[in-house]
Design a binder for this molecule. Structure first.
Ligand code: NAD
Length: 273
């Protein structure tokens, strides 16, 4: 499993992880156990997903040493003014002593408390309870403000990113500032994107599935990528993407699929608490 270096001294993140949004609480332990057996070493959850207990149980029971599994969770929108307590609650649900990465889930512009929340994440990081800290769904303006007003640059920004929403401006900004780009809904939530004829051509050329082609594109762009599935065969399929290479023409063909289409909410207007 390939890893990328975070801007936090010495911390590496496995480039491909397992996302568990919409995995029901009662199925989370089994899905994560299946993923760990298939070779995933990175799990992406959030307090809002209401499945941290199952994720933690699988990580604790899997037999892989804790330090070999990278666990991310996230601070929910209504908790920006009580981040340390919300973090402790997540840790208790996970049944872990620390997480590898703690993210602010959304900036929530109407509420305007993400700078305050970030100061709490800085404290959690300094205390060693999160090995790295970052954000999710932050715009260039949100990131610029954090960097101007606080001490630590986020290590990662987890944003919606797939061939229909390529986020070129965000990726360039991240790269210029030492922030990794992490792609959520990397397969476009399985809603139409994987049926695109341009992907079918590449799938046939490489004897792979459209999902594998898209995941390989993410890896070659340098994104951290966290596909979700609860189907064991797809869980395995999605991690089997380290033994082939897309050439320049293939990458350009996927580049040409860009159509600025979101499947999830727009961070500029998402204010749910
Ligand atoms: P995704 O793009 O990973 O798509 C998942 C869906 O695609 C599955 O439910 C299934 O229907 C289909 N699928 C998966 N593998 C397939 C395969 N091999 N072949 C065919 N179909 C396949 O969507 P997602 O779950 O929205 O995103 C992945 C992860 O990103 C989430 O689980 C979560 O961890 C994270 N996420 C974060 C945010 C955020 O705000 N930070 C938002 C959404 C998702």
């Amino acid at each position: 499993m390939n890893s990328l270096m975070l801007n936090t001294d010495g911390v590496q993140i496995p480039q491909l992880g397992f996302g568990v949004w919409q995995v029901p609480a009662e199925g989370a332990e089994e899905a994560v156990a299946t993923a760990l057996r298939a070779g995933y070493r990175h799990i992406d959850t959030a307090s809002a997903y209401q499945n941290e207990e199952g994720v933690g149980a699988a990580v604790r029971a899997c037999g892989v040493p804790r330090e070999k599994v990278f666990v991310t969770t996230k601070l929910w929108n209504g908790d920006h003014d009580r981040a340390e307590r919300a973090f402790d609650e997540s840790l208790a649900r996970l049944g872990l002593d620390y997480v590898d990465l703690y993210l602010i889930h959304w900036p929530v512009p109407e509420q305007d408390r993400y700078v305050q929340a970030w100061r709490s994440l800085e404290k959690i990081y300094r205390d060693g309870r999160a090995r790295a800290i970052g954000v999710s769904n932050f715009t260039v303006a949100n990131l610029t403000r954090l960097m101007d007003e606080t001490d630590i640059t986020p290590s990662i920004n987890q944003i919606e990113l797939h061939p229909y929403l390529q986020q070129r401006e965000m990726r360039a900004f991240h790269e210029a500032n030492g922030i990794l780009t992490e792609a959520w809904s990397p397969l476009g939530q399985g809603r139409g994107l994987l049926d695109d004829p341009a992907l079918a051509v590449l799938a046939e050329k490489h004897c792979r599935t459209p999902a594998q082609i898209v995941l390989r594109w993410h890896l070659q762009l340098g994104n951290v990528v966290i596909p979700k599935s609860v189907t064991p065969s797809r869980i395995k399929e999605n991690v089997s993407v380290f033994d082939f290479i897309l050439d320049g023409e293939d990458m350009a063909a996927i580049g040409a699929m860009s159509r600025h289409q979101r499947f999830g909410p727009d961070p500029e207007t998402f204010n749910l608490r």
